[in-house]
Design a protein around this ligand. Structure first.
Ligand code: NAI
Length: 786
């Protein structure tokens, strides 16, 4: 070819990145790797090949982590963690800073190894994955430096098990490791079986950077190794990114182990193009949304929702743009798309596309794909039936599905019509419309007139079945910390209601009913149970709740959605009013506490006073729950807005029947959630007496619903209910475990003390920790400035 011929065709010449350094690095290990445990590589053991997706050739052999490896890694991590956490923040900051520097110094090598092992383009690894990974270490070096002042009262969680996927092997590693290490945790991390190499390279670099032995351990292997890590008793926390299906399995496997858990799972994120959008910008946005990384992005804008009036022009320009996308080998610097992870994934993508076409979708595809390796062309499926699998399931490939909408309301309905809630992208030149849609879409991340932008300082994570927890920034740090105040706890026993002495049937029905939808309601089954006081006398009866009662209560709570839209001021006023009304009845409530628990009068009065104070505290918090304005190093701002989670189930603690109840429900109400509370089983009358407080306050019906009966029966029902978005469980260790297990249906967030009773009278049993558990942050990226 002559230079002139390039001018004639205006095409790119291939420009291949030099891979000799990467190959030399592999050769220096004889292309065989052991695990990295306690600061050294183990001898390579039986394992599997990792392949080069762009050619199908084997790159190296890695070891399959077995129980003994995982045990050794956790042992090393445990040994190292104390000393690591005890280092002054500045010392840890220096180490994190050294990791960032060593990544930058070796960025070309890492970028090439990543492109070879994953199949993604060198352009992306070089310009996005690796620089952003370095930024994660820089950013979190800062949190290590500031830890004492910014996270006073918090300790590191301890030893963390981390399992990551193959789509961003190095970036995801940085994303997981940087906060964990910065805040004084030690880690056992497993990279995905398809892409283990950059993790092993990083281990070597970390060693060179002087990271103490045992603080970071890398165990390679497949899902079985992942399962060993997630369920390991040496892990105080598990952080997982990957498919929703595996996320569910991990939720089940860790249930009852007292671990903290964050799950960053799949998505089917909407990309909404309004009729007043800048169409060219939106078309370019689609390129970044769904063809970046071959669409193997959890937050990919994979569902295009286009307003009818601009649908033709938008799709025409998109089809034109698709023709210019270049597909080729991962080391070619001029290509837009490279190989997907492997042949199985390519076949899976192809199968979903074929089925969508068979169901009536129109196929738009372009680009010649190489015949070797696992390539799939950029694809658009138009007019996909809304119920078709391609429209609802994560394809995880370069395939966008598109539908049209008529009104913004319809766009919101379509956007939210999914079990996922990771991200959304909104394109409109009208700020009012864009921000109105941003408020209404159910997603952890919203991009206005941009897409797929991320930063180490901005929280990332989803809602609904996209998981829970946030990674990045201050928000993400809390997921690697635990409040010191809750360290001193005692194990909670099962409720042991006293047996009635001399039970006599009262001709007048004094059974306390339930409180559902702002009204007192009889139990569905018509059954009641006696409430026996500390001295054995029957104090009254309460209804025996069942599944139907829980269903009714959840329905009432769902119906009270407008509570979340009330002003913070309004919610504050209601809580103050509740406090005032409780205070007016203080003596009655104190007597009731004494009668139920046998508490001395002074103690019972103190519990009432503390409950009044707590209601006032949450009234105070209600209009002080604020978001943050993140200023990432790119054009624009990210507005971190804490939102209510939705319908909350609460299993109230047995101890402190009034204060426990108030402490558990008030933070949820203050932040705009609606609550279904199961009262203390042994001492339910403080909660049922509370109806009078509710009836004289201005809390709208359905915001707080109260059911009594067996905690076990009702707790299970709440855990299984798919319309319950979050569950707070202050119950026995056994029931907490079961609740965590049963929560997998809709992957609801569970906040539990794992059966270890806190001291509710402590001032630390209120405040920000509870507010954080009652909210989920939506990060809204908006254009700002030049
Ligand atoms: P996966 O969820 O199976 O794998 C992710 C990681 O979890 C890997 O390290 C794997 O070894 C590990 N793992 C697998 N089973 C495990 C278990 N039982 N316990 C603990 N760890 C386990 O994802 P996979 O199979 O690689 O991809 C399948 C589909 O999942 C993709 O087509 C895509 O739809 C989705 N996916 C979503 C990702 C996301 O970021 N949201 C990332 C990767 C995959």
């Amino acid at each position: 070819m002559t230079v002139a011929s390039f001018f004639d065709s205006m095409d790119y010449a291939p420009s291949t990145e030099d891979d000799s350094a990467a190959r030399a690095w592999l050769a220096s290990h004889d292309a065989r790797f052991g695990h990295f445990i306690d600061g050294a590589f183990t001898k390579p053991a039986e394992g599997f090949d990792t392949l080069e997706p762009a050619t199908g050739n084997p790159l190296a052999q890695v070891s399959q982590g077995v129980t003994a490896d995982v045990d050794a890694a956790f042992k090393a991590a445990r040994r190292a963690q104390k000393g690591w956490a005890a280092l002054p923040g500045h010392e840890r900051a220096l180490k994190l800073y050294a990791l960032a520097r060593i990544i930058q110094r070796n960025s070309r090598l890492i970028a090439v190894v990543e492109a070879l092992d994953n199949g993604k383009s060198i352009r992306e690894t070089r310009d996005i994955d690796i620089p952003l990974a370095a930024r994660h270490f820089y950013h979190h070096a800062g949190w290590a430096q500031l830890q004492d002042s910014q996270f006073a009262g918090y300790d590191p969680v301890g030893v963390v098990g981390q399992v990551i996927p193959w789509n961003f092997p190095f970036l995801m590693l940085a994303w997981k490791l940087a906060p964990a290490l910065a805040l004084g945790n030690a880690v056992v991390l497993k990279p995905a079986e398809a892409t283990p190499l950059t993790a092993l390279l990083f281990a070597e670099l970390a060693q060179a950077a002087g990271l103490p032995a045992g603080v970071l351990n890398i165990v390679t292997g497949d899902g079985e190794t992942g399962a060993l890590i997630a369920a390991h008793e040496g892990a105080d926390k598990v952080a997982f990114t990957g498919s929703t299906e595996v996320g569910r399995r991990i939720r089940e496997a860790t249930a009852g182990q007292g671990k903290s858990l964050t799950l960053e799972l799949g998505g089917k994120s909407p990309f909404i193009v309004c009729e007043d959008a800048d169409i060219d910008a939106a078309v370019e946005g689609v390129v970044d949304a769904i063809w970046f990384n071959q669409g193997q992005v959890c937050c990919a804008g994979s569902r295009l929702l286009v307003q009818e009036g601009v649908s033709d022009v938008f799709h025409a320009r998109l089809a034109e743009r698709m023709k210019t996308l270049r597909i080729g080998g991962s080391l070619d610097k001029t290509i837009d798309l490279s190989a997907v992870i492997d042949g199985a994934q390519r076949d899976r993508i192809a199968g979903m596309v074929d089925r969508a076409v068979a169901a009536g979708a129109t196929l738009v595809q372009s680009g010649d794909v190489p015949t070797t390796g696992s390539f799939y062309p950029p694809t658009l499926l138009r007019d996909v039936p809304a119920t078709c699998e391609a429209a609802t399931e994560e394809i995880f490939g370069p395939v966008a599905v598109s539908m049209t909408f008529r009104t913004p309301e319809e766009a919101v309905q379509l956007a939210n019509h999914t079990r996922y809630g990771l991200a959304a992208s909104i394109w409109s030149e009208n700020i009012n419309l864009a921000l109105d849609l941003a408020a209404k879409v159910q997603a952890g991340i919203v991009w206005v007139n941009c897409t797929n932008v991320m930063d180490a300082g901005v929280g990332f994570g989803g809602v609904k079945e996209s998981g829970f927890g946030r990674e990045g920034g201050r928000e993400g740090c809390y997921d690697y910390l635990k409040p010191r105040a809750f360290a001193k706890v005692s194990e909670r026993k099962a409720a042991s209601p006293m047996a009635a002495k001399g039970f006599s049937l009262d001709p007048v029905d004094r059974t306390a009913k339930f409180y559902i939808g702002g009204k007192q309601a009889r139990p569905d089954g018509g059954n009641a149970r006696a409430v026996v006081g500390a001295k054995g006398a029957v104090l009254g009866e309460v209804g025996e709740g069942n599944r139907k009662d829980i269903r009714n209560a959840v329905e009432a709570a769902r119906g009270a959605k407008s509570w979340g839209g009330k002003t913070q001021h309004n919610r504050a006023q209601v809580l103050y009013y509740m406090g005032e009304n409780l205070s007016a009845r203080a003596e009655e409530f104190a007597e009731r506490i004494s009668a139920q628990t046998g508490a001395k009068t002074d103690k019972a009065r103190a519990e009432v006073a503390a409950s009044v104070s707590r209601l006032f505290s949450y009234g105070a918090w209600a209009d002080k729950v604020e978001g943050t304005v993140h200023m990432p190093p790119m054009k624009g701002l990210a507005l971190a807005v804490p939102e209510p989670i939705g319908v909350a189930g609460v299993i109230c603690p047995e101890e402190s029947p009034l204060l426990g109840f108030v402490s558990a429900v008030a933070p949820l109400i203050a932040t705009g959630n609606r609550v279904v509370a199961v009262a203390s089983e042994a001492h339910p009358l403080s909660a049922t007496d509370f109806y009078q407080v509710l009836e004289t306050s201005d809390l709208p019906g359905g915001v707080l619903n109260i059911v009594t009966g067996s905690t076990e029966t009702l707790g299970r029902e709440l855990a299984k209910h798919n319309d319950v978005d979050v569950l707070w469980a202050f119950t026995t260790p056994a029931l907490s475990a079961e609740i965590e297990r049963l929560s997998v249906g809709n992957l609801k967030r569970v906040f539990t003390d794992h059966g270890r009773a806190w001291d509710w009278t402590s001032p630390e049993a209120e405040g920000e920790h509870f507010i954080r558990q009652a909210t989920q942050v939506k990060n809204i990226w908006v254009p700002y400035g030049e």
